[in-house]
Design a protein around this ligand. Sequence first.
Ligand SMILES: *Cc1c(COP(=O)(O)O)cnc(C)c1O
Length: 310
Amino acid sequence: MLLENKNSRIQQIHFSEIENSGVSLFIKREDELHPFISGNKYRKLKYNLAEAAKQQKSTLLTFGGAYSNHIAATAAAGFSYNLKTIGIIRGDELANNLAETVQNNPTLKFASEHNMQFEFVSREAYREKTTPEFIKKLKEKFGDFYLVPEGGTNNFAVKGCEEILTLGDEKYDIICCAVGTGGTISGIINSLNRHQKAIGFPALKGDFLQHEINNYILKSENWSLNTNYHFGGYAKVSEELITFINKFKSETKIPLDPVYTGKMMFGIVDLIKNDFFKKGTKILAIHTGGLQGIDGMNLFLKKKNLAQIA
Ligand SMILES: *Cc1c(COP(=O)(O)O)cnc(C)c1O
């Protein structure tokens, strides 16, 4: 196994906004699993890397936006294990001045420094990325590769995410997780104990996720999505969210990312404040990582003259 089996630590959260709520909140620090292959991307790549090795592939090809945690993680994983990596990146305008694009984008800069080769495609072409024709063209251009889907989600990824919850985590009543493609929460749902419930906090708009998740899970109860905390859509932020992330970090010393874990934690705290959970409930939030995205978001916020993430 290229990525070894690891456990992350759990911390209790002491945060002024939910003091005396009668609910206890804990966080599983998956963000600390690896310095560059962070959080759930470590879990999602683990069995994919094993499968790529089994198939004797020497190249990983995957897809993502220009600030994608998955792109950064795949580049780092390939670099560590001597696999070539190709990133199909959404947005052909980014290729117009490649040197400048890479210089001004911390995620692409990191991936490029870890030898990822980029192919920038238009938003229209990107939408076709799962079609056989598109993949055939990629094979013609790049030769043979192991394909990791966008966000890393497939059955191997879900299997890896079934290892997030470990022995001892049965004591928590509710497991909370940020949701992008749904792969991570699917693994969590599959590994829930009978008395536990999972709540997913989608980081983007749309109601395709319920269906996506149903493709990967073995049981259909014990979980729900709370769609109230996407803040307008994927990678959209508000001043209220940034203020929350900064306050949370200053009190707890735990950094949150603005795209996923910040929105999840905002949602959990808001629900606790509104007495959504019974007194005595023990909640475990999964810190899925994503901290590499903070620099990119801060450059954007700075350009707009908005408060940045501390
Ligand atoms: C990718 C990512 C997610 C979403 O995971 P999915 O398996 O796509 O739902 C959540 N949190 C962070 C920090 C991520 O990078």
